[in-house]
Design a protein around this ligand. Structure first.
Ligand code: ADP
Length: 597
């Protein structure tokens, strides 16, 4: 093996050991002929996943360039995109396969800029749409000299997000137009408090990065209101990140867009062409056709089955036609065919069936093909995995979760959860965001629509399961680590309780000063305040006075609860009127403190 490749493997060894599953990768390496059955057996005989990973790497280090390339390709196929990217720059250029791996157009600099800004990576199976990408880039060049908006619009699932990420994967564009960087923000359907939290975390990310570059710049407390957030962002974009691009992915609502009307450069993706009408500045737009061109869709199928587009069976074209080139559906079917290569006719027939009748279609898009493809993909899951997949119905749209949340929900060991998730990712039933460690997982919102529709009658019990599993895991008190999992529970426990119709439990949680204190400390007060508004009607059935007490306490003290160091909540609560439930609980706690000394 070339020195550069070996050195890269050694440098990346600990990250690889930590994450890879040797058993998945070895299948590919055996079929590439770089690993023998005996070698595989020896590696499999190691007792733990980590030891197997270490043994595979050890063996790999003694092999040649082909083995390195095969290992790299196996990582890509098994959706370890970020690990593959560690090895990418040292790929020995000895085969056309390796040349192809370099074709993402991204230099090391581009990769660094995009990764810092949270721009999603390419899907594992990817085809380029050069005409569209060029159209978006051309519009982005108009932002070189002045701020403005580029709207990429089209149907759900037509590939807008992938396209937006692809458009900025270009060295010249970034250096010439956006030397200040590219910052990605996933929006989706959200309310004001969610939006505030998103902008807060964007500001935090920007301040943190700018502090790394210039230690004299400071990190401020999070902005407390949307107006303040908008001003903070304006300041940051103007002073610290001039000539940078903000990508707002999947905007639904013009009021959301107004929060970003701060004279900066924005690329937005949306289903609604007219959204940008409400903001000021120069504007341009690019339409994304709802489906891929036939050739591109065939290329996706070919990539999945490791074949050439020209050699695909005759049903391939009909499959593409049947799903109107929808990249999401083609990916689902491609993943199925990878597993069952002789089922072309069967899946074509499946797509042609019109079994699912939606009660409510969320847009004019024809979802029939997606429904059939989703049903077929779910059908080939093992029974056990199918049940687990159905549990994902309870996730809110546009929310990404770490595996640990699912480990609580499914009561499985983290390693088992990884296996399950890998199965879903391989089938395109789930997507993985590799920018975060630990990884975050999410469904496309059309997939969630499908699940919600399929499990409409069981929704309440699915949400109940989430709450019960949480209560079982955290019987001693909520998690306080502040990691992604902990944040998930603080953000969504109330949501699951409300959907599960667990009114009593929701009330006792939200009428507890302890919950208020911990949630405010971990997430800031914005979400908390919103919870009382959102679930007000449910809480009022139990006790509207107490609901008002908590809400008043929060609106009076919201700004204090944003301060760090975090204030003494009992002290704050003691200044409430003594008829307030908040006061009553604070008094009890103060007395307890006094007796404990
Ligand atoms: P939208 O933003 O329009 O809802 P996405 O960009 O999220 O759609 O794409 C939906 C899915 O379609 C992706 O998760 C991916 O699996 C697939 N996809 C989209 N564009 C491509 C592409 N160029 N190559 C391969 N797959 C694609």
């Amino acid at each position: 093996m070339e020195e550069g490749a070996r050195s890269c493997l050694l440098q990346s060894r600990s990250s690889l050991e930590q994450d890879i599953r040797a058993s998945y990768l070895m299948d590919h390496m055996i079929s590439d002929g770089v690993l023998t059955g005996d070698e595989e057996d020896r590696i499999r005989s190691k007792p733990t996943r980590r030891e197997q990973a270490a043994a595979l790497l050890e063996l790999l280090l003694r092999k040649d360039n082909q083995a390195y390339i095969s290992f790299y390709n196996a990582l890509v196929r098994e959706s370890y995109g970020d690990l593959a990217s560690l090895l990418h720059n040292s790929l020995p250029l000895v085969s056309p396969e390796a040349e192809k791996s370099f074709s993402d157009g991204g230099t090391r600099y581009v990769q660094a800029v995009l990764s810092e800004g949270g721009v999603p990576q390419r899907p594992v199976v990817f085809v380029s749409r050069p005409a569209l990408v060029n159209r978006v880039r051309e519009k982005l060049y108009h932002l070189q000299k002045e701020p403005g908006w580029v709207t990429v619009f089209g149907m759900a699932g037509s590939g807008k997000s992938v396209l937006a990420a692809e458009a900025v994967r270009d060295h010249a564009l970034i250096t010439e137009c956006f030397p200040g960087g590219v910052h990605w923000l996933s929006i989706g359907q959200l309310d004001r408090s969610d939006l505030l939290v998103r902008i807060q975390s964007l500001c935090f990310r920007l301040e943190q990065q700018s502090q790394e570059k210039d230690p004299s710049s400071s990190i401020h407390r999070p902005p407390g209101s949307l107006e303040e957030a908008k001003e903070r962002l304006r300041f940051l974009m103007l002073r610290r990140y001039p000539r940078s691009l903000l990508i707002l992915d999947d905007i639904w609502d013009s009021s959301v867009l107004k929060a970003f009307d701060i004279q900066c450069r924005v690329l937005l993706t949306t289903r609604d062409r007219s959204l940008a009408d409400c903001v000021s500045g120069s504007k341009s737009e690019v339409a994304v056709e709802s489906g891929l061109e036939e050739d591109q869709a065939l290329e996706i199928l070919a990539l999945y089955v490791n074949g050439k587009p020209q050699r695909l069976p005759e049903q391939a074209r009909s499959i593409v036609r049947e799903c109107k080139g929808s990249p999401l559906v083609v990916s689902l079917i491609g993943a199925l065919l990878r597993e069952f290569p002789d089922r072309w006719a069967y899946y074509l027939h499946t797509l042609q069936q019109k079994k699912f009748k939606r009660i409510r279609k969320s847009s004019s898009y024809d979802y029939d093909a997606l429904d059939q493809a989703m049903a077929a993909s779910i059908q080939v899951l093992s029974e056990e995995h199918r049940e687990l997949y159905i549990d994902l119905t309870v996730l809110e749209k546009d929310v990404k979760v770490p595996a640990k949340v699912l480990s609580v929900l499914w009561d499985l060991e983290p390693e088992e959860v990884e296996d399950v998730l890998q199965d879903f990712v391989n089938k395109s039933l789930l997507f993985r965001d590799c920018h975060h460690r630990p990884y975050l997982y999410y469904l496309h919102d059309l997939q969630l629509d499908f699940l919600a529709e399929m499990n409409r009658s069981g929704l309440e019990s699915l949400h109940t399961k989430v709450v019960r599993q949480y209560q079982q895991r955290y019987s001693q008190g909520p998690p306080t680590s502040g990691d992604e999992e902990c944040l998930y529970w603080f953000r969504f426990l109330t949501y699951h309780m409300a959907k599960a119709n667990l009114t009593q439990e929701l009330c006792s949680l939200m009428f507890s000063l302890d919950w208020v204190r911990t949630k405010a400390q971990i997430m800031g007060p914005a979400h908390l305040i919103n919870d009382y508004v959102e679930y007000g009607a449910i809480l009022d059935k139990e006790n509207s006075e107490v609901r008002v007490h908590f809400q008043e306490f929060l609106s009076l003290n919201g700004h204090q609860l944003e301060q760090r160091p975090f204030p003494d909540v009992v002290q704050l609560a003691l200044s409430q009127p003594d008829s307030s439930e908040v006061y009553r609980q604070a008094l009890l706690q103060a007395q307890e403190r006094a007796t404990r000394g």
